[in-house]
Design a protein around this ligand. Sequence first.
Ligand SMILES: [Zn+2]
Length: 54
Amino acid sequence: MVKISCSNYGFDCEFESNGNNSIMIEKYQKHSMDEHGIEYSIEALEQLLIRKNY
Ligand SMILES: [Zn+2]
C-alpha cells in the first residue's frame, strides 16, 4: 500500500491518504486544494510518490 501525507511535503498537517494509487492521489489533490489552496497536478503527485519510494 502506498501512502501520501502532508507532513512529508512540509505542511504542518496531519492529513494522510493511503490505498490504491489513483484514488489516493485524487484524495490528496482535493485535500491540498481545499485545505492549503495548492493545486497539484496528478503528474506532479505521481512524481513525488516515485521519488519517495526509491
Ligand atoms: Zn494537509
